[in-house]
Design a protein around this ligand. Structure first.
Ligand code: BG6
Length: 489
């Protein structure tokens, strides 16, 4: 396999994402020998910095992931800096000249990756300039990597898409959903399609419900300005949560390639029943955190956070019931929930199987525990299968037992970061784990119905304490169907 060569331009190179994720991920690829020598990076941002200053930033940012610090200087020597004005053509022309020279110097085969890791209001105009000022005029491949949020609703997402499509074709656009870089999210497909014992049961005859939870302990931190206009529905549900649902629900692809996998996911999103108007209150619950105690510390309410309106109606929690109207899933609820300032940081999928037809082991009230397959996405990575068996000496009684597999090494050190895998995929031209426009459009149209209804109706916020499992109504949502949330741990 040839190692990828490319010139990577990172817009927003002085920002948090570049420093916390992108530089360290590139470094790990470099250290493992997955990058060829023929790569260079141009950091692009407004601030004025010399190449040397920028290289210092890069070195600092990769320090903690470097197992051998001898490589750091050599790695950083591939980094250059361009102080940029995103609205000024001259600045793009200067960037182009720098790029042409580095293409030559590093023999990048004219391959260029444009990574937009910055405020989304500039995505469209940058793409337009890249085209008009000749930066996308390349000898090799050109790819655009674009961070979320991809629009604010379907309408703005379409506008943005039309703008970037003037410079890049659909298969040159890599829309990041970092959940698709997570090891165990990628594993969903393998667990399903590589095991004879799951796939035959993976349908409405044997599965009673599926629960997808992504809970965080962090609050909104310093992102109040962005989050106020987003809320958990746009921030987490439109992308990460629906992506996990699509992977859980899709039909087996005929081949493991980008097109086939994405088209199966698209079909799931098309089959998702749209929930609108009054129905929203029956299927969806929103919440906002109040103050509370988390890890022994008092933490403040969302409305008291920086850059947050003291009367804010923005939701920091969402729980919902999704129905997928196709042969496989008719009648099986997919429950999703996500929230900030909850009692633990955990992303987990629970597949609850139906009860067996008759309980031979217990008379009267005591019931057998249902079989569960739990996919631990983070912080633990692995799977647990909950079964019933008889323990020695416990004559004729069934006891729950768990079979567990942990995907991480003892210390978890070797688990590559989501961004590392996504960057590598992009360099190799594998778009499977990036979101196709059709997925973006379908998930926005689903989410828009809900946000429209919420906008028109009253909230009673705050309605959950920091450090809790979310609002009571989220439990009621499942209780109405005779279910409950399996604990988030
Ligand atoms: C991001 C959201 O996409 O995902 C954040 O914008 C959220 O608000 C984050 O905190 C959660 O990601 P992870 O990988 O920590 O579960």
């Amino acid at each position: 396999n040839e190692k990828p060569s490319a010139l990577i331009m990172i817009f927003g190179a002085t920002g948090d994402l570049a420093n916390r994720k992108l530089f360290p991920s590139l470094y790990r690829l470099f250290e493992k020998g997955n990058l060829s020598e023929n790569f260079a990076v141009i950091g692009v941002a407004r601030r004025s910095l010399s190449n040397e200053q920028f290289q210092e930033n890069v070195k600092n940012s990769v320090q903690s992931v470097a197992s051998n610090s001898n490589n750091i200087d050599e790695f950083a020597s591939h980094f250059y800096y361009h102080s940029h004005d995103v609205t000024d053509s001259d600045s793009y022309v200067a960037l182009r000249e720098m790029a042409v020279q580095l293409d030559e110097q590093y023999q990048t085969k004219g391959n260029r990756i444009f990574y937009l890791a910055m405020a989304p209001e500039f995505f469209g105009s940058i793409a337009t300039h890249l085209n008009e000022d000749g930066l996308t005029n390349v000898q090799g491949f050109k790819r655009l990597v674009i961070e979320k949020p991809f629009g604010h609703d379907l309408k703005s997402a379409k506008e943005l898409n039309n703008q970037i499509r003037t410079a890049f074709s659909e298969d040159e656009i890599y829309r990041i959903d970092h959940y698709l870089g997570k090891e165990m999210v990628r594993n969903i497909e393998v667990i399903r399609f590589a095991n004879a014992i799951f796939e035959p049961l993976w349908n409405n005859r044997y599965i009673s419900n599926i629960q997808v939870t992504s809970s965080e302990t962090l609050g909104v931190e310093e992102r109040g300005r962005y989050y106020e206009n987003s809320g958990a529905l746009r921030d987490m549900v439109q992308n990460h949560m629906l992506q996990m649902v699509a992977l859980l629900a899709m039909e087996p692809p005929i081949k493991l390639n980008t097109e086939e996998i994405r088209s199966e996911k698209v079909k799931v999103l098309r089959a998702m029943r749209s929930i609108k108007d009054d129905k929203v209150d029956k299927y969806f619950v929103r919440g906002q955190y109040g103050e509370g105690i988390l890890n022994g510390q008092k933490v403040s309410a969302y409305r008291d956070e920086q850059m947050v309106d003291p009367q804010s109606n923005t939701e920091t929690f969402v729980a919902g019931k999704l129905l997928i109207d196709n042969f496989r899933w008719a009648g099986v609820p997919f429950y999703i929930r996500t929230g900030k300032r909850m009692k633990s940081k955990s992303t987990k999928i629970v597949i609850q199987f139906k009860d067996i037809p008759m309980n031979l082991y217990y008379k009267t009230e005591q019931t057998l525990n249902p079989n569960l397959l739990v996919i631990h996405i983070q912080p633990e990575e692995g799977i647990t299968l909950h079964l019933n068996a008889q323990k020695t000496g416990n004559h004729m009684n069934a006891t729950p037992v768990k079979l567990s597999y942990s995907n991480t090494g003892i210390d978890g050190i070797n688990t590559p970061e989501a961004y590392e895998k996504l960057l590598y995929d992009c360099m190799r031209g594998d778009a499977t784990n990036f979101t196709h426009w059709d997925e973006v459009a379908l998930s926005w149209s689903f989410v828009d119905n809900i946000s429209q209804h919420w906008q028109q109706t009253q909230t009673h916020f705050p309605n959950y304490e920091s450090g809790s499992a979310g609002p009571k109504d989220s439990d009621v949502l499942l209780a109405r169907d005779g279910f409950f949330w399996w604990p988030i741990g």
